[in-house]
Design a protein around this ligand. Structure first.
Ligand SMILES: *Cc1c(COP(=O)(O)O)cnc(C)c1O
Length: 468
């Protein structure tokens, strides 16, 4: 979570101010004359309806989640899913013995994903999201490498992990927290993600694994997992380094099985040791749930597994957290039951159709160049065309915000820091109707932007995490 400091000095002294008399008791003038302090615990209690109103009113200023085209995370579920989640909000996922049915639903979800990703014997667990899942998968890679290299580690060898510069920030965290050297392949020209040659070029005997991303958060493209695996097979043969692949399928592992059944990216490739996905992205569940699966027990070292009580016996668990809500897991199971394969295919296809048609229409405006077209993840990135000098992508992002649309503009990582893009993430619930409204707003704005003297410049403190 954000690291917060206490209140800034100016806020430490509370200056009460009058609030809406309706918030008070039956007598409008007696109950609530002043607002409670915000940076110290109030001295006394408030009535529940009053406390509710304060919090509710403040949250009105948050953006509208449905118009947030920056996030990959689910912003709409059916009311029934909401009811189910409310029914489970008091259940703690770790209490397997107390809530054996929740534990069973988690087990079934893992089994369904194992089947979907072509390894019916896979082992896996739910997590709070892909970040936790990636930490677990990374730890398993490290532990396996440590075992193979017990004679050299820690004395003379430092483990490394190979990935593209386009990885999500969780991989930088993993490397930092677990003291692994992050070997990042920079972008080059029109190559915006990892490819087989650049990945193998960075591997050596201390490489614990290669991370292949399906698909990239920067532009929605799939990395060539099968090619990367084949190149690592070659390397194994030539040098004897047997380097496993982890597929970060935070988004794509819930898209590709339904829309790209021909694509080989999952456990069908023997070199793929583990896969993660975010249940709360294209798994279509509210945050936070993720999944981590290993091809078999060998891919997940036994000593990383902890046991908790379960129906008089014990149950193996692998997690960073201890307590965690059970509602998201119930909602994931609901979504799997509710949609089935055909339902998932229909939902994801509809989302891809919206993304592709939006990309095409934006491309035909003439002001923009598309980097991707929404035909892998339903996500596309675009930049201003060469002849556009009156404004830049940051201006477009800023002006769209005025109309309620949240579209991030950001600079690419090394070695394409010269390139700044806008990115649109289409999700279930972002309909063709909303896409039409977006396009007409964009067209209106462009008329004004084209009249600008020049770009207004990137705001100094523009949050770069906005696009993650
Ligand atoms: C979103 C994302 C993550 C992090 O997932 P969370 O579920 O937000 O923790 C990791 N990798 C990729 C490729 C992602 O898109």
């Amino acid at each position: 979570m954000t690291l917060h400091k206490g209140a800034p000095p100016a806020d430490r002294k509370h200056t009460p101010h009058p609030v809406n008399p309706f918030y008070g008791e039956a007598d409008p003038v007696s109950g609530m004359e002043t607002s409670p302090p915000r940076h110290t615990l109030p001295d006394g209690p408030l009535a529940p309806h009053v406390a509710y109103q304060f919090v509710h009113d403040e949250l009105m200023l948050d953006g509208n989640a449905r118009l947030n085209l920056a996030t990959f995370v689910t912003t709409w579920m059916e009311p029934q899913a909401g009811v189910l989640m409310a029914e489970c909000r008091d259940k703690n996922m770790i209490d397997k013995d107390e809530y054996p049915r929740t534990a069973e639903l988690e087990r079934r979800c893992v089994a369904m994903l194992a089947d979907l990703w072509h390894a019916p014997g896979a082992v896996g667990c739910s997590t709070t999201g892909s970040s936790e899942a990636c930490m677990l998968a990374g730890m398993a890679l490290k532990r396996r490498w440590m075992r193979r290299n017990a004679d050299r580690y820690p004395a003379s060898a430092r483990p490394n992990l190979v990935m593209g510069a386009n990885v999500q920030v969780c991989w930088e965290k993993f490397c930092n927290f677990w003291e692994i050297e992050a070997r990042q392949v920079p972008m080059q020209g029109d190559r915006f993600h990892l490819d087989a040659d650049s990945a193998t070029a960075l591997c050596d005997e201390n490489t614990i694994g290669v991370v292949a991303v399906l698909g990239s958060t920067f532009d929605g493209s799939y990395e060539p997992v099968a090619d990367i695996c084949a190149a690592l097979d070659d390397l194994h043969e030539k040098k004897g380094w047997d380097i496993p692949v982890h597929v970060d399928g935070a988004s794509g592992a819930m898209i590709a099985p339904f829309l790209d059944p021909e694509l080989k990216w999952d456990f069908q490739l023997p070199r793929v040791a583990s896969i993660n996905t975010s249940g709360h992205k294209y798994g279509l569940v509210y945050p936070g749930v993720g999944w981590a699966l290993w091809r078999d027990e060998e891919a997940l070292p036994e000593e990383l597994v902890f046991r908790v009580n379960y129906l008089g016996g014990d149950m193996p668990t692998f997690a960073l957290n201890f307590s965690r809500p059970g509602a998201q897991v119930a909602a994931q199971y609901y979504t799997f039951l509710r949609l089935g394969r055909a339902g998932f295919r229909a939902v994801q296809q509809a989302t891809r159709d919206v993304a592709r048609s939006m990309a095409e229409r934006i491309g035909s405006l003439g002001d923009f160049e598309l980097l991707t077209r929404g035909d892998e993840l339903p996500v596309f990135a675009f930049t201003t065309a060469g002849h556009i000098t009156a404004y830049d992508v940051f201006d477009v992002s800023r002006r769209l915000k005025e109309r309620g649309w949240l579209i991030p503009a950001y600079t690419f990582p090394p070695d394409r820091e010269d390139l700044s893009v806008l990115r649109i993430v289409c999700r279930n619930g972002f309909s063709q109707d909303l896409a039409d409204l977006f396009l007409s707003d964009l067209e209106e704005l462009l008329k004004e932007l084209r009249e600008q003297q020049g770009p207004l410049g990137r705001p100094e403190n523009e949050a770069t995490a906005f696009h993650h």
